[in-house]
Design a protein around this ligand. Structure first.
Ligand code: S3P
Length: 442
């Protein structure tokens, strides 16, 4: 096995920038990976995210009967099953991907058979009752084999019926789980969200000519019954992931001498609240949307010129549109002048790790004044001086590891970031990219 260092030493860097092409969007890659696998014929995907989470998803789709390979030019080819699904041998292991496990549970609920889905220790500690309840109401049998309502999840699929379901939490994963189950339902499935969440499933459905009706926060899908939909294969281009781009963006946003261009990034309005918040904090950001949407998704370039940032308030409806960016926004707040209050973000406690306590502990280790709240944190911006290295940990969470690496660009001392292999789950070229942008990483 190839040895990979488990710790990175990242040193301060006052001029960070250049051009970066973020890797493919993780959320869109998951949806296209699942639906491409049951289309008929060959689906091709350019810029599919080749990372731990998506590789685990593809492996599971193969265990269910699809075939996948990459051509020399890096394009993913998925040979779809034409709507069928084989009962796999053993469990489907989705690794660290909550998106894959939740979406696949919904998707498989409409198929005759029994399927067991599991993941790594982090994934086996995340709540699954949120998918059990609606899928059970639709008629699937969902057993949670872990402790306290956690994975492994055993799905016994079968005949599903339409339901009207009000989501108790704003979660695109749960919404999408129900929408995927809806494909095999008899009748209409209606999902009502408490707040708008990312709408990639709606957009991918539309591209595949699966009718979806959206009215504010209400989404309706008419089921195709037990046979499911007949999907034709097609060619996809996945835009860059704004959640990955967020790390270099914050790396440049708070340093006066920095300047960064992010190329080919997804600009879906339900994903770009990070940019609104940074602008509010005084960041100089220019967005150029490319004409035309690729496959229903807005995309374009972002230019960031470094500036002095100031504190802000982040909460309410904004949260679902920047949920994955909160750890790196906490870093932006730490290097800003004044106070930042993050509230209404208790969902952070059930991500790959408890991201509130992980970021509070790490920022405190760096010397930042942070107060932990049940649903967020209060950060007093301002960096301590000193030159002694400080150790921080990822808690096995990719976004915590990358946030702390970016934090190190702003400090006056090196940061030793421990347990960094998790970065592979969403942004395998992260270290290479930040090095190219001027970071000193050992
Ligand atoms: C995702 C939705 C979000 C997000 C996750 C990806 C998706 O989770 O945090 O990284 O692809 O639907 P929730 O919808 O559960 O908040």
């Amino acid at each position: 096995m190839l040895y990979r260092p488990q710790m990175a030493i990242v040193s301060p860097c006052t001029r960070f920038g250049g051009v970066v092409h973020p890797p493919g969007d993780k959320s869109i890659s998951h949806r296209v990976g699942i639906l491409g696998s049951i289309s008929s014929g060959i689906t091709t995907v350019r810029n599919f995210l080749h990372s731990g989470d998506c590789v685990n998803l593809l492996r599971s789709m193969e265990a269910l009967g699809a075939r996948t390979h990459y051509s020399r030019d890096g394009i993913l080819h998925i040979h779809g099953t034409g709507g069928r699904v084989m009962e796999p041998v053993g469990q489907l292991d989705l690794g660290n991907s909550g998106t894959a496990l939740r979406l696949m549970s919904g998707f498989l609920s409409g198929y005759e058979g029994t399927f067991e889905l599991t993941g790594d220790e982090s994934l086996r500690s995340r709540p699954m009752t949120r998918i059990q309840e609606p899928l059970t109401r639709m008629g699937a049998r969902i057993e949670l084999l872990g402790s306290d309502g956690c994975a492994p999840v055993r799905v016994t699929g079968g005949r599903l019926k339409g339901i009207h379901y009000e989501l108790p939490v704003a979660s695109a994963q749960v919404k999408s789980c129900i929408m995927l189950a809806a494909l095999h339902a008899e009748g209409t499935v209606t999902v009502v969200e408490p707040m708008p969440t990312r709408d990639h499933t709606e957009k991918v459905f539309r591209e595949l000519e699966i009718p979806v009706r959206e009215n504010g926060t209400t989404i309706e899908v008419d089921g195709f019954g037990p046979a499911g939909p007949a999907l034709a294969s097609r060619d996809w281009i996945i835009p860059g992931d704004i959640s990955s781009a967020a790390f270099p963006i914050v790396g440049a946003a708070g340093q006066r001498r920095s300047s960064l261009t992010v190329k080919g990034v997804g600009l879906n309005p339900r994903r770009t609240a990070l940019l609104d918040v940074l602008k509010r904090m005084g960041a100089r950001i220019r967005i150029s949307t490319r004409s035309g949407k690729d496959q229903g998704e807005a995309h374009g370039d972002i230019k960031v010129s470094g500036a002095r940032l100031k504190g802000t308030e982040i909460g309410g409806d904004e949260i679902p549109a920047l949920i994955d960016e909160l750890p790196i926004l906490a870093v932006a707040a730490a290097v800003a002048e004044g106070e930042t209050v993050i509230s209404d973000a208790s969902e952070l406690r059930v991500k790959e790790t408890d991201r509130i306590s992980a970021m509070v502990a790490n920022l405190q280790a760096v010397g930042i004044d942070v107060e932990e709240r049940d649903d967020g944190m209060i950060i007093q911006g301002g960096l301590p001086s000193g030159d002694k290295p400080v150790r921080v940990r990822s808690y096995g969470d990719h976004r915590i590891a990358m946030s702390m690496a970016i934090m190190a660009l702003y400090t006056s001392f090196p940061l030793h970031v421990y347990d960094i292999s998790c970065v592979e789950t969403s942004y395998p070229s992260f270290w290479e990219d930040i090095r190219k942008l001027g970071a000193d990483v050992d």
